[in-house]
Write a protein that binds this ligand. Sequence first.
Ligand code: E4P
Length: 217
Amino acid sequence: MEIFLDTGNTDEIRQAVDWGLLDGVTTNPTLVAKTGRPFLEVAKEILKLVDGPVSLETVSLDAEGILKEARMLAELGDNVVVKVPMTPEGMKAVCSLSSEGIATNVTLVFSPAQALIAAKASASYVSPFVGRLDDISSDGMELISKIKQIYKNYMFETKILVASVRHPMHVVQAALIGADVCTMPFDVLKKLFQHPLTDKGIDLFLKDWQKVPDRPF
Ligand code: E4P
């Protein structure tokens, strides 16, 4: 499963790149607004830092407007993936973009039916939002299983990108189901490393190392 960061913060991206862990980045208008920086400045910096796919979101609601924004975004780099909302106008734009060879990510997906439509429109990625479903007492991960089954039934090539991730168990469940990608906030990525027994084990090994005579380091 590929690991993406869901952020507009370039310091976080730089750190994940340093760890050698980052396969791509997703952004959205909220995440870019949080940076307080101009959109194009942030987008260009992310594209310089990341070799893998970088999702940048359109904001028009009509197909013509989405297409205009998508073509502009695609000019920014070969690894740009244009994020388009799950609406009839959005899917009209996704169909055109896929025939133009522009990668797309259908966002704000909350049902298996919407994921089916995204795949029929030949989207490169579909983004089901698991956390926002859990927030309203629905089962986000159950949606991922259903999409996985539907895509398997018809051998759709659209990649399942698990989004709106809130904690490490979302990541683990996504991997167990066999999602293609999981995008997560930086604090969730950091938590993937953590286990109290690892910390305890390191402490013990370091203490015992002090007892070893003639240590070479
Ligand atoms: C997906 O690409 C979105 O950017 C994101 O995962 C939304 O997550 P949220 O529900 O935490 O805002």
